[in-house]
Design a protein around this ligand. Structure first.
Ligand SMILES: Cc1cc2nc3c(=O)[nH]c(=O)nc-3n(C[C@H](O)[C@H](O)[C@H](O)COP(=O)(O)O)c2cc1C
Length: 218
């Protein structure tokens, strides 16, 4: 019987072997295991819907590990033995990767292992959007699409379906934040091409939207 740590290590190793999109200096960073997500509790859905709203003023304190873990699971974590996710996705093709840009670098969320894979060590938060608050908020999620996985559709449709997938994840994040008293805003005001270059994404991958998360400024 494998321990959770052994299983996670195995999944992380296969993610690396499958060519998880890390760039050069990422090797210096180790995968970051997250505490198991709490999949019970929280405010009732109707209450979360009543509280959901966008926030553009953030405290600069980092997110607690447990909050980060719960948030990523709510966003696009595995919620069934089939490996399917908390958000629906186009044609059952896994198109969206969720990256977490934080002060200590950029991390790729690996839902099967429920861990963060190192992508780059730079703090690129300020480059995830045009608005001032993005550089100071503790977390900016970046929703990256794998265009190469979307076969039989034209580039316009690729953008459309990838954006819808990202939107569902974004709404999960909104409702989670409303439930937990966190602040968030889904953002399209992003220089997507520049951000993709900064992140060293392969040609076929593209940035759809970003979403800031943090504690509301008191
Ligand atoms: C596709 C999309 C793109 C958005 N882009 C931005 C953005 O770049 N910056 C921002 O501050 N808010 C952005 N928002 C948030 C909206 O401005 C916000 O949801 C709207 O004003 C309604 O406010 P509420 O979310 O508080 O109800 C975006 C929302 C969506 C759905």
């Amino acid at each position: 019987m494998m321990t959770r740590r052994q299983a996670t290590t195995g999944i992380l190793a296969s993610a690396a072997a499958a060519g998880a999109p890390t760039i050069g200096f990422a090797q210096e960073l180790k995968p970051r295991e997250l505490p198991p997500a709490r999949t019970a509790g929280g405010r009732p859905l109707i209450e979360a819907l009543k509280l959901r709203h966008s926030t553009r003023e953030y405290a600069d304190r980092p997110l607690a590990d447990q909050a980060l873990s719960d948030l990523l699971w709510a966003a696009f974590g595995v919620n069934r033995p089939s490996g399917d996710r908390t958000a629906p996705y186009w044609r059952h093709v896994m198109v969206i990767d969720v990256y977490a840009a934080m002060a200590d670098g950029v991390w790729l969320y690996e839902p099967k292992a429920h861990a963060l894979l190192p992508h780059m060590k730079d703090d690129i938060r300020a480059q995830t959007g045009f608005q001032d608050f993005v550089g100071g908020a503790p977390l900016n999620l970046i929703y990256v699409a794998h265009g190469e996985r979307m076969t039989d559709v034209n580039p316009e449709e690729r953008r459309l379906y990838a954006s819808v997938d990202a939107g569902f994840i974004g709404q999960n994040v909104y409702l989670f934040c409303a439930s937990e008293g966190l602040a968030t805003v889904f953002r399209g005001a992003v220089d997507q091409a520049k951000l993709a270059r900064t992140m060293g994404l392969p040609d076929q991958q593209f940035v759809t939207f970003a979403q800031t998360v943090g504690y509301p400024r008191a």
